[in-house]
Design a protein around this ligand. Structure first.
Ligand code: ASP
Ligand code: MG
Length: 404
């Protein structure tokens, strides 16, 4: 008898037919004799709708109230999925994040899990029941509901799998696994059978959007192997773990594209020690995740700073920088929303040369202008115009022969 954690995302539980299909799948695992903990997301579109409602009332809704609001999306799904299992004669109970003992800090809308006590999940499993847990939510020390950041149900599932020492963790979604590029952009993209956490992290955080990146970070830290697979078919998915057998020969594993970036340009700040520090400290205090950074060093004692932030943080970033500039008594801010970040990812590039030059020359040959560049040991990213993003992904995918 195995303990399995299965996570179903928003598209997998979008409507009642999908919830019935998911219930069938859960029932099959339960009948096979396994103990099954299921983590579900809100039904597709629900979280976005709730956020839009809040924003229609206030441009920057209070984070604590947002959490109270957003957590209802997952609560709807746990009850419906449990009821669907009952209809199949499968014993099941639902638990909110708090009832499943998922404790977090108090940073509303971006809370971090501090501890998973599990509530009565183990007892319910021992009693033969499927336990359906609301993803994305937890409780803080005051007993207030928190949420774990967009896409946070993935984190709930990985963290529960770690806490319960599950034998298997399956992330069910609407794609068959992790591809060498988004198949909607590159029709001959290939499914990757096995990938390591670091590569998955880059592909996930760079907008392949298969999974929340914090969930992959958590899996890496606590070594929780998992499988990403589709709830719409029975195809094998992608196994994500610490090592793969095919590491040696793969130079670039995939091409990722993030279209949800905003470029912020801070102009005319004093070119002296501490200016950049002040700008980035104010961004950190506003809890903005800054990504690529470029500084153009100044003429006449003046410098420009350019950086990218997730589009969702653009408003906060703008305000934080403006406040900072007011204190500095210099500079101005402007924002460009129509940019994309395109990256090539692979552990193999650590030990090979020529990867960057092939990337840049390929883009140049296709008339794609690079606005910013950033690198890490296993990836190279460029910021380019949003209009050219799909083209860039396609030409890079074939330049690195990922379709072979
Ligand atoms: N419902 C939340 C969201 O849309 C969490 C999730 O789906 O994982 O971000
Ligand atoms: Mg999701």
């Amino acid at each position: 008898m195995a303990l399995i954690v299965q996570k179903y995302g928003g598209t997998s539980v979008k409507d009642l037919d999908r919830i019935r299909a998911v219930a069938d799948r859960i029932a099959a695992s339960h009948r096979a004799g396994d103990q099954v903990v299921v983590v579900v997301s809100a039904r597709g579109g629900v979280t976005n709708r709730l956020i839009a409602d809040a924003k229609a009332l206030h441009p920057e809704p209070d984070d604590r109230e947002l959490d109270v609001l957003l957590s209802i999306g997952e609560q709807e799904t746990i009850a419906l999925a449990t009821i669907a299992l009952h209809a199949l004669g499968v014993p099941a109970v639902s638990r909110t994040g708090g009832q499943a003992g998922i404790f977090t800090d108090s940073v509303h809308t971006k809370a971090r899990i501090t501890e998973i006590r599990g509530g009565d999940v183990r007892e319910q499993l021992e009693a033969g029941k499927v336990v359906i847990v609301a993803g994305f939510q937890g409780v803080d020390g005051h007993g207030f509901t928190t949420t774990l950041g967009r896409g946070g149900s993935d984190l709930s599932a990985i963290a529960l799998a770690a806490a319960l020492k599950a034998d298997l963790c399956q992330i069910y979604t609407d794609v068959d696994g992790v591809y060498t590029a988004d198949p909607r952009i590159v029709p001959d993209a290939k499914k990757i059978p096995e990938i390591i956490y670091e590569e998955m992290l880059e592909l996930a955080s760079l907008g392949s959007k298969v999974m929340q990146s914090r969930a992959v970070e958590f899996a890496n830290k606590y070594n929780v192997p998992f499988e990403v697979r589709s709830s719409f078919n029975n195809n094998p998915g992608t196994i994500v773990k610490a090592e793969t057998s095919t590491l040696e020969d793969v130079l670039v594993r995939g091409v990722a594209c993030d279209k949800n970036q905003t470029k912020v340009v801070v102009s005319d700040i004093p070119d002296q020690p501490g200016a950049a520090a002040k700008v980035f400290r104010s961004l950190a205090e506003a809890k903005v995740n800054v990504d690529m950074i470029v500084q153009n060093v100044g003429r006449q004692g003046i410098a420009n700073l350019t950086f990218t932030v997730p589009a969702d943080d653009a408003y906060r970033a703008d305000r934080a920088v403006n406040e900072c500039l007011a204190k500095l008594g210099a500079g101005s801010v402007s924002r460009t929303d129509r940019i994309a970040k395109v990256s090539i990812v692979g552990v193999g590039m650590q030990s090979h040369s020529g990867v960057a030059s092939l990337m840049f020359s390929t883009l140049a040959e296709h008339g794609i202008n690079i606005q910013m560049i950033s690198t890490s040991e296993i990836k190279i990213s460029v910021a380019i115009s949003l209009d050219q993003a799909d083209d860039a992904v396609r030409v890079l995918h074939s330049a690195f022969e990922l379709n072979k």
